[in-house]
Write a protein that binds this ligand. Structure first.
Ligand SMILES: [Mg+2]
Length: 214
């Protein structure tokens, strides 16, 4: 049972995400080669490496919103296109919900994910079913919100979120791409998992596992 998350713990989770993205870099690029330009793993690696470097310079008294702002801006400086602004917006919008806080509870965590998912939707202008990262973020944030109304155990909430994220990531395989480079493939975009959905599911999975191991 875990009811609260501190900024120090959040930083450990972020570092675990950086490490797992690095481990899955080749897989993410391989997914992108099927329908795009094959750079998603490299792009994510560049972005999260910049985040890792930034995190080591953060001061101990930083609040959630400040940490999110710092890592969003380093991600955006490193990755200017496509996934860069989307992840940066997610972090900034999510962080803005946690202003001046150094410890959060489960409902604040669910507000973080909800704002992050809405930020991705606003910035990317995709709809559900377009075969993008939004197909993971929106339903996962909703699941987290729903679960957090019945339990305040952060581990349980993140476990359910991680399961939903994985299921929704797999569901992009049968979708027809309507956004970005892969949309030009038309019917040929079917049969492949969206790389942005895959990196998003990896983030939710790592968020859960790292929190469990705190
Ligand atoms: Mg690409």
């Amino acid at each position: 049972m875990k009811k609260e998350l501190s900024t120090n713990e959040f930083i450990k989770i972020v570092l675990a995400i950086c490490d797992n993205v690095e481990k899955e870099k080749d897989y993410l690029s391989e997914l992108d080669r099927a329908t795009g330009d094959g750079d998603h793993g490299v792009t994510m690696s560049i972005g999260w490496s910049a985040v890792k470097e930034k995190v080591s310079t953060l001061e101990d008294n930083f609040t959630f919103d400040k940490i999110c702002m710092q890592i969003a801006s380093s991600f955006l400086s490193a990755v200017g296109a496509s996934a860069g602004p989307l992840y940066a917006t997610a972090l900034m919008r999510g962080g803005a919900k946690l202003k001046d806080l150094t410890v959060i509870n489960s409902s604040q965590l669910s507000e973080f994910f909800d704002a992050a998912a809405n930020g991705i939707q606003d910035r990317g202008k995709a709809n559900l079913g377009d075969k993008t990262m939004l197909d993971v973020w929106l339903p996962t944030a909703k699941k987290i919100k729903d679960i957090s109304s019945s339990t305040d155990n952060i581990i349980e909430i993140l476990e359910q979120g991680s399961l939903t994220a994985n299921e929704k990531m797999l569901s992009t395989k049968d979708m027809l791409s309507k956004k970005g480079r892969s949309s030009k493939l038309g019917e040929r975009s079917r049969g492949h998992i969206d790389p942005g959905a895959a990196s998003s599911a990896l983030i939710f999975k790592t968020f859960y596992e790292a929190t469990q191991n705190l």
